[in-house]
Ligand binder design. Sequence first.
Ligand code: NDP
Length: 313
Amino acid sequence: MTEKVRCLIIGSGPAGYTAAIYASRANLSPVMYEGMQPGGQLTTTNEVENFPGYPEGITGPELMEDLKKQATRFGADIRFGMVSSTDLSAAPYKVTIDGEKTIEAETIIISTGATAKYLGLPDEQKYAGSGVSACATCDGFFYRKRKVAVVGGGDTACEEAIYLAGLADKVFLIVRKPFLRASKIMQERVLNNPKIEVLFEHETLGLTGDKVVQGAKLVKRHGQSDETTVHIEIDGFFLAIGHKPNSDIFKPWIETDEVGYIVNVPGTPRTNIPGVFAAGDVADPHYRQAITAAGSGCQAAIEAERYLSEKGL
Ligand code: NDP
C-alpha cells in the first residue's frame, strides 16, 4: 500500500515537532513518524532549565508532550513507526515504514536525532540491563542508596552525575582528561556535590561482578610512567560520552561527514537532495541544544513550504 504525502517528518524530537507545528500551520498536512523513542532524547532528560519560556524549568517529557500537543492542535498526523528503508533517487521520495508501508513524499524533513555512544567494551554487552545504562533518568531509580559511576566529562555526564547523586549514596565521575569539558555552572555543581567524586585521568578497562555489575577496573594516567590500576566498587555503570547521529538509513543518498552528521547547505537545513531537509542533532555537530534543534525544525518546514510552492505541488 502506498500513501502520498506532501511533507514527511521523520523523528520526533524538538526539531521534528517544531517542523510539524510550522508545516501544519502552512497547510502542508505533514505526516510524522515518531521513531523508536517518541519525543527523542529529551524524554530521558530530567530538568530542562535552558529552553526559553520556562523560567522555572520544565521536565524533558513535559516539554516534548507540550510540543506534540501543539503540533497535533494544528493537524499534524503523528504516528508510531520506524523508517526501515529509503529510496531518495527521484522525487517523490519513497520511504518504507516498518518494512511494510510505503510513503511517497514530495518533501522530507529528517529529524532523527542522535543516540548515546558506548565505550565498546565487551562488558557493556555482558552487563546490559544488569548494571550498565546510558540513561540515568530511566534507570537511576534502581540505584537508590547504592554506588554508581558515570563516564564522561561533558554536560550530559555532569547532569547524570548530579541526578544520580540525588538517589545514590555515592557517584564516581570517570573523566579521561584532567579537566571537565562541561559548562562552568555544571562543573561547579559537580565539584561542590559531596556525593560526587571526580576521578580525573581515569579510563575504564572493564567491569566486574557475578551476573550484575559489582565493580569497575580503571586505569589512571594510562600510558604514563606513573600509570596505576584502580578498582572501584559500584552497582551501576552509566555512559555519558556523547552521541552518534541517526543517519545510517539515509547514507546511500544523503551526504554525511565522517562522524555521520548530515551535511547541510551552510546556514540552511537543505541537504544535497532537493526537497529533503535535515534538522536538529542529526545534522548538528556543534550546538546540539533543544532550542537550536527547534529553530532548525522551523527553518526546515519553511523551506519545505517554499519548495512545494515553487514546484506548484
Ligand atoms: P560531549 O561531546 O560534550 O562530551 C562527551 C564527553 O565524553 C567528553 O568529556 C569526552 O571526553 C567523553 N568521552 C568521549 N568518548 C569517550 C571515551 N571513549 N572514553 C571516555 N570518555 C569519553 O557530549 P555531551 O553529551 O555531554 O553533550 C553534547 C552537547 O549537548 C554539548 O553541546 C552539551 O553542552 C549539550 N548538553 C547540554 C545540556 C544542558 O545545557 N542542560 C545537558 C546535556 C548536554 P573528552 O572531553 O576527553 O573528549
